[in-house]
Design a protein around this ligand. Structure first.
Ligand code: SF4
Length: 510
């Protein structure tokens, strides 16, 4: 089911680009960033912004921001404002901390003792209230309610041992990281450098790509191709469309300096002793695009494994397996394959419903899900159907679909959910319905099949989800010494499951 229908929203996507070689570059940096952000549009659709620079002086930042989708904010005219550029960072956002308005749009730009910086942030700070008070006590005024402005001001804050004449950006970034444990993936642009930073728990994703000549993209010798530039992105799904190949992930706690010459690790800030990393497990379940790569594995493959695991945990006597188009398709294929049942489509979706501002009248409202889906009744009339969904969050979207399938001839409708029930709020950058709205916390949950009108309903267990996510990471760690060495710098692997278990990776401060 689509995130909007579930009432869950990802917060943001960040994207940066720096040209290699001779400057001024021939690489169209603003255009590369725009296309990169289009690839991250699923992570935020309220506003977008790009800040670029020629890299000569930080006074020369060029900024364009606006409300709406990337293609509305950036057109031929607005892109003209961003040239001549050798590097830049961009952002697409939803709002949780900070209301949806232009002044909260990122990247944020502030003047520091050492010139301007631009900052793009994905995540939400678990100790934002205390940090806001602390900064204001030091006389720093904040003009927005956004955590990202707070981060920008903390970076502008001079760390105790810094000499006034020399900027020590590693010390400034580490100062920020010591003040707040999670959750942030950051791009910081200063003069001719982009710093890419992930919080020590690695809660939100960030990875690096290498821009290569378009003609080499599918060639065998692409590893030896000339590097035209570097890109850094919340998700690798945006790389293919801009002619970049996946290079590597930014590790939890890592501070990476990306210049026109190289990608260099400046430091890895550790977590408190024994704490595992806490990458958001729901990036795998729904937020990310299926063609993105996290922790060395494709999101699609993990979703498929979740479906296979669900088939082991909750098999059912049925004739066919299907899904509500289309985010749960990999899990449905995994379930079908494991059970030896055919995967058959039962619904087709009208992609344009819900993207209109026309208010439906009473008659259209009564039509409910029939507005959104066509029914492929020839495929399932008289059959027992298993529908795989990626989550049932509030319980109000799946029942009309079950009703529609029954009215169109399904003999039985069984629901299998490829993730565990959500019971707790997220404080790390994902907008989840209130505790009271979550179906798993309501009395109806005890007889959910009856409530939603299904013949049966079973969710994937937390252990099943975690093992589906970690199976191939562990296998790879055992077999590849080099990876072991690299990962050991980022510490013990773990995943945040707080919205399922109530066990938050860090103590929450309010
Ligand atoms: S609480 Fe849930 S949504 Fe939030 S970071 Fe953890 S796993 Fe992700």
């Amino acid at each position: 089911m689509e995130l909007e229908e579930l009432g869950i929203r990802e917060e943001c996507g960040v994207f940066g680009c720096i040209a290699s070689g001779v400057w001024p570059t021939e690489l169209d940096v603003p255009h590369v960033i725009t296309l990169g952000l289009v690839g991250l549009q699923h992570r935020g659709q309220e506003s977008a912004g790009i800040v670029t620079s020629d890299g000569e002086s930080s006074q020369a930042f060029k900024v364009h921001k606006g409300m709406g989708l990337i293609n509305h904010v950036f057109n031929a005219d607005s892109l003209k404002k961003l040239y001549v550029s050798n590097l830049g960072i961009g952002h697409t956002r939803y709002s949780t901390s900070g209301i949806s308005e232009l002044q909260n749009c990122q990247p944020f730009v502030v003047e520091t003792l050492h010139g301007k910086i631009a900052v793009a942030h994905n995540g939400e700070l678990t100790n934002a209230v205390r940090l806001r008070r602390k900064l204001m006590r030091h006389g720093v005024g904040l003009s927005t309610s956004s955590d990202s402005e707070l981060i920008t001001q903390l970076l502008a804050f001079t760390p105790p041992l810094e000499n006034d004449d020399t900027a020590d950006w590693v010390a400034r970034i580490k100062n920020l990281m010591n003040e707040t444990p999670t959750s942030y993936s950051l791009l910081i642009m200063h003069k001719d450098i982009i710093y890419a930073v992930r919080d020590p728990y690695g809660n939100r994703p960030l990875c690096i790509g290498r821009l290569i000549p378009v003609g080499d993209m599918n060639g065998k010798g692409k590893d030896n191709s000339e590097t035209e530039g570097w890109v850094v992105s919340s998700e690798s799904c945006s790389f293919l469309s801009i002619g970049a190949e996946y290079y590597r992930e930014v590790l939890p706690g890592e501070i990476v300096k990306i210049s026109r010459y190289e990608v260099q690790t400046l430091d890895v800030v550790p977590r408190p002793e024994g704490d595992p990393s806490a990458f958001c497990i729901f990036e795998y379940v729904y937020f990310a695009r299926p063609d993105s790569i996290f922790e060395g594995q494709m999101v699609y493959s993990v979703r498929r494994r979740c479906g296979q695991q669900l088939a082991i945990e909750a098999p059912v006597e049925a004739d066919l397996v299907s899904t509500v188009p289309e985010s749960a398709t990999p899990a449905a294929l995994g379930y079908a394959q494991k059970c030896g049942l055919p995967y058959v489509e039962v619904l087709c979706k009208n992609r344009y419903v819900g993207r209109t501002f026309i208010q439906p009248n009473m008659r259209l409202r009564q039509l409910g899900v029939a507005k959104k889906f066509g029914v492929l009744s020839d495929n399932f009339k008289g059959k027992r159907v298993v529908i795989i969904d990626d989550s049932i969050v509030r319980g109000n979207t799946i029942s009309p679909i079950i009703k529609l399938l029954r009215e169109s001839g399904a003999k039985e409708v069984h629901i299998r959910v490829a993730s565990p029930p959500i019971r707790f709020p997220c404080y790390m950058g994902i907008n989840i319905p209130t505790k009271e709205e979550l179906i798993a916390n309501r009395p109806e949950f005890h007889d959910l099949a009856n409530y939603i009108g299904a013949d049966s309903v079973v969710y994937l267990s937390v252990e099943g989800l975690v093992s589906s996510v970690q199976e191939s990471i562990k296998a790879r760690q055992e077999s590849e010494n080099s990876l072991k060495t690299q990962k050991s710098r980022a510490g013990k692997i773990g995943h945040c499951t707080a919205c399922l278990t109530g066990e938050y990776p860090v103590e929450l401060e309010w």
